[in-house]
Design a protein around this ligand. Structure first.
Ligand code: NDP
Ligand code: MG
Length: 384
């Protein structure tokens, strides 16, 4: 029996995680805490179904709309980041499935590894911002960080217990998103609806935009760099439109191990929850007839300039990832609000990363300050 907290329970990963938990059954997984931000209607239903000990609503206005009529039989209702902090401290989880979106997830990720619990991490932004710190704290407390991101779950499984120096290359696959073949000279006219229409995966809005620009892959380069201690020059991106090979590891002896499966996040979520055991999952088997041909091609850096920023962040470390992530969060939010055109996302991010005061060995406070400063700078630039 594992005690589980699902952070960002109301999102795409969170909903899938609760389905996996229900499939594994109450004997295997005891859901002791949930968090949501604004979708309180969904959070209320989830709490009624799981009866956790705590339910945290991180958005104060959303919390205010349900606080009066909350049924305490569905868990003690908590408010904001402080509420999440108390939930993590008092519910004593074995596993925290971190599925909040954005750098807002960093404090909870850090608290989880500080407490020595398993961090099953979908929230790649916290690793992009503070990967070395999280890994170092986890090493000190004995906490495990288990990837939920499908590529990193694939790499984790392919690596097995091989040391970093046995790896020649990490081959990080990506579908290429909706604009893989769109004429580059028409990228300026991409609409929000077009960018939200992902050919393979159904996900939250922010990561769907990131997938269209391949900033998602850029963030995943950084995520792989820190999670697996592999330098940037040993990571390559491979476009694989079918989204079936979730990534590969090439070892120094020439063997390449790939992990395959249908594109369903319940598979890596379940593996992170049951690791090291493999137990029957809720997903249908792999249908070779449906995927008769698998194709691979190199990415175009001209089409997807975000990739270059991902490699730069993985190579330089320091505050680069925090700046990259903060700028991207603000620019993507502006695009989703239809305040800026599509190419302005990359322009704003590239400019902000360039302009920020880089520090090679930042403290947590330095990282938080860079996060704040870059957000302010990008907001000023986009509104000005
Ligand atoms: P969603 O947008 O669907 O869900 C995000 C979750 O975070 C929701 O529960 C949301 O609450 C909550 N949230 C939003 N803002 C805040 C905040 N400021 N503080 C705390 N919680 C907040 O995203 P996804 O589920 O798609 O993605 C979640 C994370 O997982 C991201 O980091 C993403 O990169 C990663 N990931 C997702 C994959 C996928 O297939 N979806 C695949 C691999 C990684 P509410 O909805 O109640 O407002
Ligand atoms: Mg991924």
């Amino acid at each position: 029996m594992r005690k589980l907290i699902v952070l960002g329970a109301t999102g795409s990963i969170g909903v899938n995680a609760l389905e996996v938990a229900a499939h594994l059954g109450a004997d295997a997984i005891d859901v002791v805490g949930l968090s949501g931000h604004r979708n309180v209607a969904r959070l209320r239903d989830q709490a009624a179904a799981c009866r956790p000990r705590f339910v945290a609503v991180t958005d104060p206005a959303a919390h205010a709309t349900i606080a009066d009529e909350w049924d305490p039989a569905h868990g003690e209702l908590l408010l904001g980041a402080d509420g999440v902090r108390r939930m993590l401290a008092e519910a004593a989880p074995d596993v925290v499935l971190q599925a909040m979106v954005g750098a807002a997830g960093l404090p909870a990720s850090l608290q989880t590894v500080e407490a020595g619990a398993v961090l099953a991490v979908a929230n790649k932004e916290s690793i992009v911002v503070a990967g070395p710190l999280l890994v170092e704290r986890a090493r000190a407390t004995g906490a495990r960080i288990l990837p939920v991101d499908s590529e990193h779950s694939a790499i984790f499984q392919a690596l097995g217990d091989q040391p970093a120096d046995a790896v020649r290359r990490i081959l990080l696959t990506g579908s290429g998103g909706p604009f893989r073949t769109r004429p580059v000279d028409t990228m300026a006219t991409i609409t929000k609806a077009e960018a939200l229409d992902h050919p393979v995966w159904s996900m939250g809005a922010k990561i769907t935009i990131d997938s269209s620009t391949m900033m998602n892959k850029a963030l995943e380069i950084v995520e792989a760099r820190w999670l697996f201690d592999v330098p940037a020059d040993r990571i390559e991106v491979v476009i694989h439109p079918q989204g079936v090979v979730h990534s590969m590891v090439e070892f120094v002896d020439g063997n390449v191990l790939a992990q395959l499966g249908p594109p369903d996040m319940k598979i890596p979520i379940q593996y992170a929850l049951t690791h090291p055991a493999r137990v029957p999952g809720p997903c249908v088997g792999f249908d070779f007839a449906r995927y008769a041909s698998l194709t691979f091609e190199p990415p175009s850096f001209e089409r997807f300039p975000a990739l270059r920023l991902g490699f730069d962040a993985a190579e330089r470390g320091g505050t680069f990832g925090a700046a990259l992530n903060a700028a991207n969060e603000v620019a993507v939010a502006a695009f989703l609000d239809e305040r800026i055109p599509y190419p302005a996302i990359h322009d704003a991010v590239a400019r902000a990363v360039d302009a920020h005061a880089f520090l090679a060995s930042p403290s947590l406070d330095d990282l938080m300050r860079v996060d704040r400063d870059v957000r302010d700078a990008v907001a000023r630039h986009l509104d000005g």
